[in-house]
Design a protein around this ligand. Structure first.
Ligand SMILES: N[C@@H](CCC(=O)N[C@@H](CS)C(=O)NCC(=O)O)C(=O)O
Length: 219
């Protein structure tokens, strides 16, 4: 059975949602960040980066959220969570998958761990790094807005729901506490707000919020 190493609300959340979309059996394994379990020797054997999530699929042990989402879509083609291989739609899917992973998610990580960007702990510098990351995330959210406006929704690729949607939903959710005087959070943007509400209506999202015991506000 598939195993997802997760922590509530972490990057594992979009994988969890995708597993619910697939309606396949899987086991959730908690990596308890409260006790720094992501740095424990046995977890580092699964993922030497010490980051969440990890998916175990038989003998395959996979880390990297985007790679896991792609693997799940590829191994469950009947669920159509990614456009067909070799099509222009697939190329656009790759574009957004990489962009979500190495642009939006990467910048959100700078915002989440500003102390990793500087040599010596300094509250003023930390606040500056966070503010600048938040501004850059604001610009990036504008691109997501533009995509939703241009393709008329309901999903990131237009009519086709894909693993990009749980990924985008989760990343947008992480902006929910943004200071609006620096960058408007996703939930307060005209095209993203209805998109996030559509995502929230999906049974997969409802199930994940219940299973991970995540309280409102959901995004
Ligand atoms: N590139 C990795 C990043 C995952 C990641 O940074 N996960 C966070 C939780 S949202 C984490 O494990 N942070 C712990 C740490 O960096 O020490 C991925 O996409 O899977």
């Amino acid at each position: 059975m598939l195993q997802l190493y997760y922590y509530p609300g972490n990057a594992s959340m979009c994988v969890h949602m995708s597993l619910r979309e697939l309606a396949v059996p899987f086991e959730l394994v908690l990596v308890d960040r409260a006790t720094n379990a992501q740095r424990a020797r046995e977890y580092l054997r699964l993922n030497p980066n010490g980051t969440i999530p990890v998916l175990v699929d038989g003998t395959l042990v996979l880390h990297e959220t985007a790679a896991i989402l792609l693997h799940l879509a590829d191994t469950h083609p009947a669920a159509r969570l990614a456009p067909a291989l070799g099509t222009p739609e697939r190329a656009l899917f790759y574009k957004w998958l990489f962009w979500l992973s190495n642009t939006l998610q990467a910048t959100i990580m700078v915002h989440a761990y500003p102390e990793r960007q500087i040599e010596v702990a300094d509250e003023g510098l930390i606040a500056q790094v966070r503010r600048q990351a938040q501004r850059r995330i604001g610009d990036q959210l504008e691109l997501l807005e533009a995509q939703l406006r241009a393709n008329d929704g309901p999903w990131l690729l237009g009519d086709t729901f894909s693993v990009l949607d749980p990924f985008a939903f989760m990343l947008c959710r992480w902006t929910r506490n943004f200071d609006a005087s620096i960058a408007t959070p996703a939930r307060a943007r005209p095209a993203l707000e209805p998109y996030l509400n559509r995502m929230l209506q999906r049974p997969s999202a409802q199930q994940v919020f219940a299973d991970e015991r995540l309280p409102a506000p959901f995004f």
